[in-house]
Design a protein around this ligand. Structure first.
Ligand code: HEM
Length: 488
């Protein structure tokens, strides 16, 4: 017991000392909250509970320049204006690195392992195959959406309440996994449960490992090992699928249409040696799920909360969706013609970006912004997404949810919601911006269009949109049930 207290004290003193040294190096950059060695940890704890309040305070005071906030494991320097955001976008990766920032934020080397960090084939697959989402993939996605929704929200003439977050998470996970691992695994409840719970298990490891000093991280990460434990269980599901696919491939012509078309097959075809091992492939499939589930789920939950609170939004979207599908039928191109749907989702993302940091970078070399401010090597950088989105200079009546503001003119509509700009950053900005955003657009539009066509939605009597929370830089929608019935 005493030994544990001593270890904790040493850890705190070392962390405090390191923070003090770095704070002295960053001296010229103004601070939000406390800057003194131990007091700054109070700000770090406040940030965990209410990140956005501190970010907004810095934005108000230092708009146009840089400011910094103490987080639990390090300082973060926040860039507030369009020019600084462009400076970051243009900086080459050997100066400001996205990958190195991820290693710090998620402790990826320790928590996910070198297999995921060094082999980025999943990003290549997302950027090429998933983004293209050809007609066959789109049809598969749509079929899976119908299967998942029929199961989660069966059609009924009377109103029935559903816990929206759980239902949407399940549907998004099943749809995505149709393109990640294919049938029948994408309908296997244990596999889906593992894919959905991975993020929580993984983040728990990240928080603990992050609070350890460098030398303690490898043994602590090994001891916890939740990502690997999860991958081991997923591997038991993947092994028979891989064996079956390998056996089928040996007997098939390569060009045969019956070769599955999903991320797993792509990895199998492109991986060699250890990377083909089921445990490694399982980790990669979980990693794709980690990137692809939370943000679309949160966005769709907020979209449904807005729909449930306004029959008018439902009426306008229904008119558009009905009209486009009547002429075009269901297709990716038809979704692309739904301007109001695009604008609605963009407005949801503007006011509810799932992550409140974007363009996270670690400075590998000293970096000077156009305005002359300099940060030293080793500095973590990020942009305050929601503060930028709620800036009146970027959007008039910025705090108001105005769902059609992005399609009111042809000029406004040039910026679809996948377009990243310094005043619209839920996906980040520049070469490292989210590679999954084109797929996310198709998936979210398809789901919302289907819901608008098929169901009526409303809040339970006396209920309204619940309060949301910002915890450690992540937006969590409040829990609420929404009532659904078959479209009257
Ligand atoms: C509403 C939906 C989504 C939002 C808001 C979102 C947001 C983001 C953001 C902010 C980043 C970091 C970029 C930066 O800081 O510069 C990111 C990275 C990433 N996203 Fe998304 N994302 C979404 C959907 C998806 C989907 C559906 C997938 C996969 C199918 C995906 C895969 C990834 C991956 C793999 C990365 C890391 C890229 C890398 O390592 O280079 N995301 N996303």
């Amino acid at each position: 017991m005493y030994a544990a207290i001593w270890v904790l004290l040493v850890v705190l003193v070392v962390a405090g000392w390191n923070s003090h040294r770095r704070s002295a190096i960053l001296g010229a950059i103004p601070v939000v909250g406390y800057s003194a060695p131990l007091l700054s940890m109070i700000t770090a704890l406040q940030f965990v509970r209410n990140s956005q309040r501190l970010i907004d305070e810095g934005y108000r005071k230092y708009r146009g320049g840089l400011y910094r906030i103490r987080l639990l494991a390090h300082w973060i320097v926040v860039a507030t204006d369009a020019q600084a955001i462009e400076d970051i976008r243009k900086a080459p990766p050997h100066v400001l690195s996205f990958g190195a920032a991820q290693d710090v934020f998620l402790q990826t080397i320790h928590t996910a392992g070198p297999e995921v960090v060094h082999d980025r084939s999943h990003v290549t697959w997302i950027r090429s195959e998933l983004t293209r989402c050809n007609a066959a993939r789109f049809d598969a996605l749509r079929e899976e959406m119908a299967v998942a929704l029929d199961e989660q929200i069966p059609l009924s003439a009377g109103w029935k309440a559903y816990p929206v977050e759980e239902v949407v998470a399940h549907v998004v996970c099943q749809m995505s996994n149709r393109l990640f691992v294919g049938e029948p695994l994408c309908r296997n409840s244990e596999y889906l449960e593992l894919a959905m719970s991975f993020a929580n298990e993984f983040i728990r490891d990240v928080i603990i490992v992050k609070s350890c000093p460098e030398w303690l991280k490898p043994p602590v990460a090994r001891l916890l090992g939740n990502a690997r434990k999860c991958a081991k269980r997923v591997a038991t599901h993947l092994r028979p699928v891989i064996e079956q696919r390998d056996a089928a491939k040996r007997t098939l012509d390569k060009a045969s249409a019956s070769i599955p078309d999903d991320a797993l097959q792509w990895c199998l075809d492109n991986a060699t040696g250890d990377a083909r091992h089921p445990a490694n492939l399982a980790l990669r499939m979980l990693w794709i799920n980690f990137g692809s589930l939370h943000s679309p789920t949160v966005t769709l939950v907020f979209a449904l909360y807005h729909l449930a609170s306004s029959p008018e939004y439902m009426r306008i979207l229904r008119e558009e969706v009905d009209g486009v599908f009547a002429h075009e039928g269901w297709s990716k191109a038809a979704l692309g013609k739904m301007r109001k749907l695009d604008s609605f989702l963009k407005e949801v993302l503007r006011l509810n970006p799932p992550g409140i940091w974007a363009q996270q970078r670690l400075a590998l070399q000293p970096f000077t912004f156009s305005n002359g401010q300099t940060i030293p090597a080793g500095t973590m950088l990020a942009c305050p997404v929601l503060s930028l989105h709620r800036d009146e200079e970027n959007y008039p009546d910025a705090n108001e949810f105005r769902p059609w503001r992005h399609c009111e003119s042809d000029e406004a509509h040039k910026n679809l919601f996948v377009t990243t700009k310094p005043d619209f950053m839920p996906f980040g900005h520049g070469a490292d911006a989210c590679p999954g955003r084109f797929f996310a657009a198709i998936q979210m539009k398809a789901l919302l269009a289907h819901i608008v066509l098929t169901y009526d939605v409303r809040f339970e009597e006396g209920r309204r949109m619940p309060e949301r929370r910002f915890v450690a830089g992540v937006l969590l929608p409040g829990k609420a049930s929404v009532e659904f019935r078959q479209r009257a």
